[in-house]
Ligand binder design. Structure first.
Ligand SMILES: Nc1ncnc2c1ncn2[C@@H]1O[C@H](COP(=O)(O)OP(=O)(O)O)[C@@H](O)[C@H]1O
Ligand SMILES: [Mg+2]
Length: 253
């Protein structure tokens, strides 16, 4: 049973440990994202969430551990090769080229694109205002519009796994809702999603699996319906954040 689940994983992280200088930002992280799944990484500021996504796409080199895509170890591959293999990141803070137009930013995504269903026409269906605004500079867009363009840029590479780093950062709730509304359509087209979210309610709503990081370590994993709000709060903020009844394996100190 569990063996089958492991072999069905499209993206796996095994024993990943990453340092930034002396700081151990990730400590022996394991995760497995099944094909077609939406998997959420949650955790407080500085927990290591972005480091995890950035290491998966090859922007940080792990001290140990592996990143495996569809059974193939990509740990030592360059970022552009990982993109070509089907792993695309929408980075925290959007990171568009501000002086380039919407269209030019999107064309960046098509460089090294894999064949697939996402082209300019298809992404314009997801965000119908895009064709009208294609000649505008990215810097003239609102935060939510920039986020939409950043998502489309990643989609145009036709990834198998889409990594989303804090889509809601700095956006109004209504804007966040509109952005999140497109994700089910992407999953319906066969995409697998690994997302980072500080908003636990949002993560629980969209994901089939939540994985909490606390100071670089896994503090909780489970399906949203099998973990309680209290367990999440403890995993998110650490032991001692709340009076806790469940399995408080205090590491000491
Ligand atoms: N490039 C970097 N150089 C040095 N320290 C970093 C770097 N990126 C992140 N860190 C540190 O690593 C830890 C985890 O950061 P990060 O992965 O950005 O967390 P999160 O995304 O969960 O907020 C933090 O303590 C942060 O200050
Ligand atoms: Mg981050």
């Amino acid at each position: 049973m569990s063996e089958k689940a492991v072999s069905a994983a499209l993206l796996e992280v095994r024993g990943l440990t990453v340092y930034h200088g002396q700081l151990r930002a990730l400590d022996n992280i394991d995760l497995a994202v099944a094909t077609g799944e939406t998997y959420a990484i949650i955790g407080a500021n500085g927990a290591g969430k972005s480091t995890l996504l950035r290491t998966i796409v090859g922007l940080h080199e792990p001290k140990s551990g592996h990143v495996v895509l569809d059974g193939r170890d990509i740990t030592r591959e360059a970022p552009d090769r990982r993109l070509a293999a089907g792993v695309a990141l929408v980075p925290e803070g959007r990171r568009l080229f501000p002086s380039l137009t919407v269209e030019e930013n999107l064309l960046v995504g098509m460089h090294k694109a894999r064949p697939g269903t996402f082209d300019m026409k298809r992404v314009s269906e997801l965000f119908p205002w895009i064709p009208d605004r294609r000649k505008q500079r990215a810097s003239q867009l609102s935060g939510g519009e920039q986020q939409a363009v950043a998502i489309c840029r990643a989609l145009l590479a036709n990834p198998r796994v889409l990594l989303l780093d804090e889509l809601s950062l700095g956006l109004a709730p209504i804007v966040v809702r509109r952005i999140y509304e497109v994700l089910p359509a992407l999953v319906a087209e066969g995409l697998t999603i690994l997302l980072v979210e500080q908003d636990v309610a949002q993560a629980r709503q969209i994901a089939s699996q939540v994985h909490c990081l606390l100071e670089g370590r896994t503090s909780l994993t489970g399906r949203p319906d099998e973990v309680t709000a209290e367990q999440i709060e403890e995993a998110y903020f650490g032991v001692g954040a709340l009076p806790v009844s469940a399995s408080a394996a205090d590491p000491g100190g």
